[in-house]
Design a protein around this ligand. Structure first.
Ligand code: AOF
Ligand code: ZN
Length: 365
């Protein structure tokens, strides 16, 4: 019993460490690792910014010679391949650790059980599945990219007390307070891409960047769902594309095969450093993004785009903010509210930020 409780406690520490570099290790997952001896953490590591070195060699380096006979907690199965770094499983064997506790096995075909086998073959006790659900949440974008071969979708909706997400003619209105808005900024920093529809891009002229002090460099790829390539060259998104990576995603481009005006707009956007991604549909877009190394996409608006992702059953995580303001008659109705979440979603978190309520849901797959 004691061992189980300690295993959970130290794995929780490894999960917290792993979360600290979320969004900064692409395309590698952000893995956390702690080395424990006599009930004390003697080494810790998290996948470095940029993806390397991996977590384990850093934790082992911190523990030094004391790693011999220690227990190692790692959120993802230690790697077994010679990629850009040597295998972590071999490093654990060389350090003489006695026991390795893993939360999630690695779906990367180069690893996928081989890391665990290297450890077991060397006589190391291996335990898997400890705090699996919690660890998988932190690794969920990486797991979706490998298992479903597409980028993960997080849909964020901020809904007024009367079920609206904006106002006709005005587009975005302030629905939530400063704490909720800061949390969304953090979420942007942890995600590989932010996506909005052309309607939102033209009505709100958004910046879609991370504006938290010291985290501005973490602005993800900005994507506009723009079937006809109508993003104005003068928009904030297009005119800052040389500084923050920006793309127009065009579903079903064959419709425009012989359209000279379309081709001219495509050239003009590309001239301004806006990338153009031509795909068949949303599912194809997410698969294409995965091949470009994008593991997660935050869908931020508007209602049409949210509805399209929901109807295609492509939403993996749902972040719902419910504010106290009322928008009234000219409101743009939300496609979803706390009262009608599809039964395929599981509620995983609730919080209150002043007058705002926050709920997070996961799609059961
Ligand atoms: C670990 N510890 O901290 C991480 C792992 O391109 P490479 O050589 O860095 O390999 C990338 C793969 O390494 C990635 O797909 C996943 O299988 C694993 N990530 N493994 O042992 C870590 N980040
Ligand atoms: Zn590794």
């Amino acid at each position: 019993m004691r061992v189980e409780a300690d295993d959970r406690r130290f794995m929780a520490a490894a999960i917290r460490l792993g979360r600290s570099h979320l969004g900064q290790t692409a395309t590698n997952p952000s893995v956390g690792c702690v080395v424990v001896k006599d009930g004390e953490i003697i080494g810790e590591g998290v996948t470095a910014i940029g993806g390397r070195p991996h977590a384990e060699p850093q934790a082992l380096a911190m523990a030094g010679a004391r790693a011999k006979g220690a227990t190692v907690y790692v959120t993802l199965e230690p790697c077994s391949h010679y990629g850009k770094t040597p295998p972590c499983a071999n490093a654990l064997v060389a350090a003489g650790v006695a026991r390795v506790v893993v939360a999630v096995t690695d779906p990367d075909p180069r690893v996928s059980g081989r890391g665990l086998a290297i450890l077991a073959d060397a006589g190391i006790e291996v335990v898997t599945g400890v705090l699996h659900t919690d660890a998988a949440r932190g690794l969920s974008a990486y797991l979706t990219r490998h298992v479903c071969k597409r980028a993960q979708v997080i849909l964020k909706l901020a809904i007024s007390a009367d079920g609206m997400i904006g106002k006709k003619g005005e587009g975005q209105v302030a629905i939530t307070g400063p704490i909720a808005r800061t949390q969304v900024q953090l979420l942007r920093a942890e995600t590989d891409a932010i996506l909005v529809g052309i309607g939102t891009a033209t009505a709100d002229n958004p910046e879609l960047t991370v504006r938290l002090k010291g985290m501005e460099h973490r602005s993800p790829l900005r994507i506009v769902l723009d079937r006809r390539l109508e993003l104005p060259l003068s928009s904030t998104l297009a005119s800052t594309a040389d500084r923050v990576r920006t793309a127009c995603a065009c579903c079903n481009p064959t419709d425009f095969r012989c359209d000279a005006a379309f081709s001219a707009r495509e050239m003009a956007l590309k001239d301004q450093a806006v990338e153009v991604i031509k795909v068949a549909d949303l599912s194809d877009l997410l698969a294409r993004l995965a091949t470009l190394g994008v593991s997660s996409v935050l869908v931020e608006g508007g209602a049409t785009v949210a509805k399209a992702f929901l109807e295609a059953d492509l939403v993996d995580r749902l972040h719902l903010y419910q504010g106290a303001v009322e928008i009234g008659r000219d409101g743009l109705a939300s496609p979803l509210g706390r009262a009608n979440i599809p039964s395929t979603f599981r509620h995983v978190r609730h919080a209150r930020f002043g007058a705002d309520q926050f709920d997070e849901y996961e799609r059961d797959r």
